[in-house]
Design a protein around this ligand. Structure first.
Ligand code: GLN
Length: 322
C-alpha cells in the first residue's frame, strides 16, 4: 500500500491508464444497463472513461473522461459526509454500519431490524440519512447543500442535474417509498416522504464526468493540497470512517468480491460510475454504464482490478514479488 512518504510515479500511472483504457475498449462484455430507472435504459453500454487525481494535484485521464454521467448512489457518500458533519455520532443511532448481504434496494432486512437500516449506502440507509438532512435543512436545502458541496470541490465548474432522470427515478421509486414508509412505521423517519424522495432523486440525478468526480472525491484523500486533513481533524476522522464503510458496504452485495479483487474503498452507482479512493494517494473515478448482477459497473470494476494489479495501490498490499 502507498503511504504519503512514497512518491507517486506519474509515468507508471499514465502507462497503466492508457493500457487499461485500450483493454476496456476492446472488451467483448459490457454488462447490462440498469433497468431500475426508465430514463437510464436508453444509455449505450459501449462507453468507458477513467480519471485519477493524485495527491500531488496531477490528473491522469483515459477514454471518455469528460463525458458527464448520472452519479446516482455515489451521491450517498456526499450526503453521508454532510450528515456526519451535522450530527456526528448521533447519526449511528438511526443507521447501522454493517454490510447487508442483500441487494441495494432490499426491504427484507429493514423489517427484521425494526426500521433501522444496516448501513448508509443501501437505499434504506441513504434515505434515513437524507431524512436527517432534510429535517435540519429543508428539502431544497438538502439538495442545495449537496450541490454546494460538489460545486466547491469541482472548483465552481458547471455540472447538471438531469430532471428527466430524477422524475423517472421518482415515478418508478415504489420500493424506495415502501422503505421510507416502513422506517416511518418504526419511528425512524421524521419528514414528509415525498419531500425526502424529491431530495434523494435530485442528488442522484447529478451528472459529473470522471474528471470532475475524481476531483470531488479528493475530500476523502487523507493527504494532499485539498484533502480532508487540511480541513482539520474532524474532517479527517470522517474521511477515515466513510472510507471504511465504502470498503465494507460500498458495492452492496458485491462488496466482498470487490474488496477481494480491487482492495480499495469505493462507491458505485447504477449509472455505471465508481468512485474509489487510494488513502493518502489518489481519488479515482471510472465510468462504464453496463452493470453486473449486483448493479455495479462491470468494466469499471475490472478496470480498477487491473489498476491495483499494476500499481501497488490496494490497501492490502501489492502482488508483485519485485
Ligand atoms: N436512485 C437509484 C435508486 O434509488 C440509485 C440506486 C443506485 O445507484 N444503486 O434506485
Amino acid at each position: 500500500m502507498q503511504d504519503s512518504s512514497r512518491p507517486i510515479d506519474l509515468d507508471e500511472v499514465e502507462r497503466a491508464v492508457a493500457g487499461i483504457t485500450e483493454q476496456m475498449r476492446a472488451s467483448e462484455q459490457w454488462g447490462e444497463v440498469s433497468t431500475r430507472i426508465e430514463a437510464l435504459k436508453e444509455v449505450d453500454t459501449h462507453h468507458f472513461g477513467m480519471a485519477i487525481l493524485t495527491r500531488d494535484g496531477d490528473i491522469v485521464a483515459g477514454g471518455e473522461a469528460d463525458t458527464p454521467f448520472s452519479i446516482q448512489s455515489i451521491s450517498k457518500v456526499f450526503s453521508l459526509e454532510l450528515a456526519l458533519e451535522a450530527y456526528g455520532d448521533e447519526l449511528w443511532k438511526r443507521v447501522g454500519r454493517e454490510p447487508s448481504g442483500d441487494p441495494f434496494n432490499s426491504i427484507i432486512d429493514l423489517e427484521r431490524h425494526e426500521g433501522h437500516p444496516r448501513n448508509p449506502f443501501i437505499n434504506a440507509g441513504a434515505l434515513v440519512v437524507i431524512d436527517m438532512l432534510v429535517e435540519k435543512l429543508g428539502g431544497e436545502g438538502e439538495v442545495t447543500a449537496v450541490i454546494d458541496f460538489v460545486s466547491d470541490l469541482v472548483d465552481g465548474e458547471g455540472f447538471g442535474i438531469n430532471e428527466e432522470v430524477a422524475r423517472s427515478d421518482e415515478t418508478g421509486g415504489h420500493l424506495n417509498r415502501a422503505l421510507m414508509s416502513l422506517a416511518k412505521h418504526f419511528g425512524n423517519f421524521r419528514c414528509d416522504i415525498d419531500q425526502v424522495m424529491d431530495a434523494y432523486v435530485h442528488q442522484c440525478a447529478i451528472e459529473l464526468s470522471c474528471r470532475q468526480l475524481a476531483r470531488v472525491g479528493r475530500f476523502l484523500m487523507l493527504e494532499g493540497p485539498d484533502a480532508a486533513s487540511n480541513r482539520g481533524d474532524p474532517a479527517r476522522c470522517r474521511a477515515r470512517r466513510i472510507m471504511s464503510l465504502m470498503m465494507t458496504c460500498g458495492q452492496y452485495d458485491g462488496s466482498g468480491d470487490f474488496a477481494y479483487r480491487v482492495g480499495l474503498p469505493a462507491k458505485s452507482g447504477v449509472g455505471g460510475g465508481i468512485l474509489a479512493i487510494v488513502p493518502n494517494t489518489a481519488s479515482i473515478a471510472v465510468w462504464a454504464p453496463g452493470l453486473d448482477a449486483n448493479g455495479n459497473s462491470l468494466l469499471g470494476t475490472l478496470a480498477l482490478e487491473l489498476l491495483t494489479d499494476r500499481i501497488e495501490w490496494s490497501v492490502f498490499g501489492g502482488i508483485r514479488t519485485q
